[in-house]
Write a protein that binds this ligand. Structure first.
Ligand code: ADP
Ligand code: AMP
Length: 224
């Protein structure tokens, strides 16, 4: 199963990608996570991209495509992967098709009002990248601590209201050509992601099975 998740900030891309990763043992590849890690480690790449990420602007295509090309050349991606946050431009979508064959692009539709409310409560684990929410499920079992490794949960710097608004503007600037690209190649799947995770995750799974995109057997017994 080789899919991309498309949706505005707060749609739930990270949440569903992590669910499929844990249940079907396929990699979750998030360009945002890769960039945040490079910034945290202060690598050369991290220094080149920091200002784009902190302002909510897109990292230039040539850098982003290069990062994805390298990641998709790793052996763990052979039987499938879930891309979260890539592609974000038509250029990236076309480059991705030259790197590998994508089975489907899932558009997680969500109202801006709901997504922004979610982002105001988003906290993440700086160690394993798991996503939690202070107002919605999944809430951490112990306040501000990751359920898996106990690390103190943090807010993303770009989840400040001003930067969220900028990220929304940027998202919708390139959204239509990307959606049309996948629609025109019969790979677009639309899912209403306004509902709670417990409803959306099984719906998404069912739609992927019905479309013959998800053929893998679970490697763990996990529910959303
Ligand atoms: P994205 O990767 O699309 O920006 P995330 O997966 O990080 O979004 O989700 C944003 C925040 O909203 C997280 O804190 C997540 O726990 C929460 N969230 C995601 N989907 C839902 C949902 N269907 N209902 C309630 N909260 C959600
Ligand atoms: P995300 O975690 O997906 O919300 O991404 C966080 C930030 O990383 C974005 O606001 C961009 O600055 C950058 N970024 C992530 N993915 C991409 C991409 N595909 N193209 C360009 N910039 C990206």
């Amino acid at each position: 199963m080789k899919i991309v998740l498309i949706g505005p900030p707060g749609a739930g891309k990270g949440v569903y990608a992590q669910y499929f990763r844990d249940k079907y043992c396929i990699p979750h590849i998030s360009t945002g996570d890769i960039f945040r890690e490079e910034i945290a480690k202060n690598t050369e790449l991290g220094r080149r991209i920091r200002s784009y990420v902190e302002q909510g602007l897109l990292v230039p295509d040539e850098i982003t495509i290069d990062v994805i090309r390298k990641r998709l050349s790793q052996p763990d991606t052979v039987s499938g992967f879930i891309l979260d946050g890539f592609p974000r431009t038509l250029n990236q979508a076309k480059a991705l098709d030259e790197i590998t064959s994508i089975d489907a692009a899932v558009h997680l539709e969500v109202s801006e009002e709901i997504a922004i409310r979610r982002l105001s409560g988003r906290v993440i684990c700086p160690v394993c990248g798991r996503v939690y929410n202070l107002y919605y499920e999944p809430k951490p079992k112990i306040d501000e601590q990751c359920d898996y490794d106990g690390a103190k949960l943090v807010r993303r710097k770009d989840d400040e209201p001003e930067v969220i608004r900028q990220r929304y503007r940027v998202f919708y600037e390139t959204f239509t050509p990307i959606i049309n690209y996948y629609k025109d190649t019969n790979r677009l799947i639309e899912v209403n992601a306004d509902k709670p995770i417990k409803e959306v995750a099984p719906l998404l799974e069912r739609i992927l099975v019905e479309n013959k995109v998800l053929k893998l057997k679970p490697c763990r017994n996990i529910s959303p």
